[in-house]
Design a protein around this ligand. Structure first.
Ligand code: ATP
Ligand code: MG
Length: 334
């Protein structure tokens, strides 16, 4: 592909080119190491989709209140239309509330099961030990995210913070789930028919909420897998800085994703210092930093061939508010 003018030489196919090739792109994710600019770039990307006239939801599953700060508008716990940007809606998911609801649901199921199995123990102790870990919280957030996807109320979704570990786990586990649920179904059916043979009464079998839950869970995971591996609809973008650790992090993520067939949309390099602003008499730490970034840009070039979609400058201030976000969107979709 011929290089477009105004683009960084590392960019062969930019965001715009990628979108032209993926006109049905619907689920966009931004991932990368902490603090590299995932929230900012998710916001800029969502704004760009909204400007194209697409009804867009920018959603954050990040427990830290990030979107409200970025937009200078309270979008916590509910979907809010972003002021001054038609078609753009933002939603910062209430993590605590999501986790609490999920715990409550599990508690009901465990209570039912304990009663069913005639075990006289309170569900609370079980539930506490099963849910007091970060993996449970992550899963609850992941389920909340796929629920938003399934509701299908927007043309485009941009999720701040790719649920990297979860997406990977989900795809790795989904065949195990199927196997497991399949086995449970079979033994459940056998038990039921045995019970019917032994029973004189023709009493109708009572409903089994645990089994229903497993079945619907399996179906939801299968559907999520279908959407998340559809390269026409889904793209995971990885944000890095021209620095060692952020590069190492996305290198690992990209390898995982490729292994599981999750579509990688590309790499965005953020916070590159504009060399034109640096002179021989600039402070030494600035010159050193520029030299360091230059070396890592070479590394990015060889590590992610053809995958860099944009290179964004380090702006003079942090990125806050819609006006600054528009500037970032211009740089991302130049
Ligand atoms: N190109 C840039 N120029 C200047 N400041 C930037 C740029 N990109 C991001 N920032 C600033 O860097 C900080 C971190 O950005 P952001 O919050 O988007 O990172 P993040 O990856 O979402 O972080 P976290 O992992 O904590 O969620 C913010 O203050 C943001 O305004
Ligand atoms: Mg963030």
């Amino acid at each position: 592909m011929t290089q477009q003018t105004g683009l960084h030489p590392l960019v062969q196919e930019n965001m715009r080119g990628f979108l032209e090739k993926h006109p049905h792109l619907k689920y966009n994710f931004f991932g990368g190491k902490g603090g590299v600019g995932k929230t900012v770039l998710a916001g800029a990307s969502a704004l760009a989709f909204a400007r194209l006239g697409k009804r867009t939801l920018l959603a954050s599953t990040n427990p830290v209140h990030s979107l409200s700060g970025l937009l200078s508008q309270n979008v916590f716990g509910q979907v809010v239309q972003v002021t001054g940007v038609p078609n753009l809606f933002a939603y910062e998911i209430d993590t605590k509330d999501t986790i609490e609801k999920s715990k409550q649901e599990i508690k009901e199921k465990v209570s039912w099961f304990l009663k069913f199995a005639e075990i006289r123990t309170q569900a609370d102790a079980f539930v506490e030990s099963a849910t007091m870990n970060p993996a449970f919280e992550e899963s609850a957030m992941f389920e909340n995210m796929i629920d938003i996807m399934f509701k299908d109320e927007y043309e485009v979704y941009v999720f701040d913070t790719a649920p990297t570990a979860n997406a990977r786990r989900l795809l790795g586990m989904s065949s195990v789930y199927s196997l497991w649920v399949g086995k449970m179904m079979k033994s459940r059916e056998e038990a039921q028919s045995l019970r019917q043979v032994l029973s004189y009464s023709k009493k109708k079998e009572e409903k089994d909420p645990l089994m229903d839950y497993l079945l619907s869970f399996q179906q939801r995971m299968a559907h999520a897998k279908e959407l998340l591996t559809d390269a026409q609809k889904t793209a995971f973008f990885f944000v890095t800085l021209p620095e060692a650790l952020p590069i190492a992090v996305i290198t690992r993520f990209i390898a995982w994703f490729k292994e599981f067939g999750i579509p990688v949309g590309g790499v965005v390099v953020n916070m590159l210092i504009d060399k034109a602003q640096v002179r021989a008499d600039s402070p030494e730490f600035v010159r050193n930093r520029v030299a360091m970034q230059e070396a890592y840009m070479e590394e990015i070039k060889s590590d992610f061939p053809g995958m860099v979609r944009a290179v964004l400058p380090l702006f003079e201030t942090e990125i806050r508010g819609v006006e600054m976000l528009k500037r970032t969107a211009d740089a991302l979709y130049c």
